[in-house]
Design a protein around this ligand. Structure first.
Ligand SMILES: [Zn+2]
Length: 217
């Protein structure tokens, strides 16, 4: 009977998927919880754009994101919705109506994975009445370069949609490592007339942020 109850009402660890004990309010299991750190720290990229991640990219969170990207499981974004929403609300303080624009992956990767974490995060945040809507305004075009000499190491973006009356954008990505990709994505959007208010990521891997998180732990 207990097994049945456990099965019927069990929640799963948001990082590793292991079953949590009944009555547990935590999103993470005992094994994962010690290595999961909440972040929420705002730090500007090279162009002055505010960027924050909900979590530090370390421990069980980093492992879960890597597994998700490789198609071997999925981080439970529902459990992280609260942290992500707080970041979005912070950026919406001045502009309550914003477009959430996921940073697209390289086309080949998207086909391999069949799913795209930034897109799922943006879709989760774009709820009715929130003032946030999902706009897939960017395409990634660096794999379309035909001639070898055109191929650059940097990601290249093309803007699919010009803004309408609402021009404010929050970029959405899974992991911020240097902020360079986000900066290039923001540049492309600005050139098309969008106003980029900031970038919101699931996890922050910037060394300065990780050092702060470790110090605070
Ligand atoms: Zn776990």
């Amino acid at each position: 009977m207990l097994d049945f109850i456990r099965f019927a009402f069990a929640a799963a660890c948001a990082a590793c998927g292991r079953t949590l004990l009944i009555g547990s309010d935590d999103a993470f299991c005992e094994g994962c919880a010690p290595s999961v750190t909440r972040s929420g720290r705002w730090r500007c990229g090279a162009d002055g754009m505010p960027i924050a991640g909900a979590f530090g990219y370390a421990g069980a969170m980093a492992a879960a994101i890597v597994r998700t990207k490789n198609g071997g499981g999925r981080v439970d974004l529902r459990a992280m919705q609260h942290d992500l929403t707080q970041l979005a609300v912070h950026l919406q303080a001045r502009e309550p109506q914003v477009a959430l624009v996921p940073v697209p992956p390289q086309r080949r990767r998207l086909v391999e994975r069949g799913m795209h974490l930034p897109d799922l995060i943006a879709a989760g945040l774009a709820q009715r009445g929130s003032g946030r809507r999902l706009v897939r305004a960017l395409d990634r075009v660096d794999l379309h370069a035909v001639r070898r000499e055109d191929r650059s190491e940097l990601p290249q973006f093309r803007v699919r949609h010009a803004p309408g009356r609402q021009r404010d954008v929050l970029l959405i990505d899974d992991v911020v490592t240097t902020g360079q990709t986000l900066g290039l994505a923001a540049d492309a959007l600005r050139q098309a007339g969008w106003r980029v208010r900031g970038a919101l990521c699931l996890a922050d891997a910037r060394p300065a942020v990780l050092a702060e998180l470790l110090e605070a732990a």
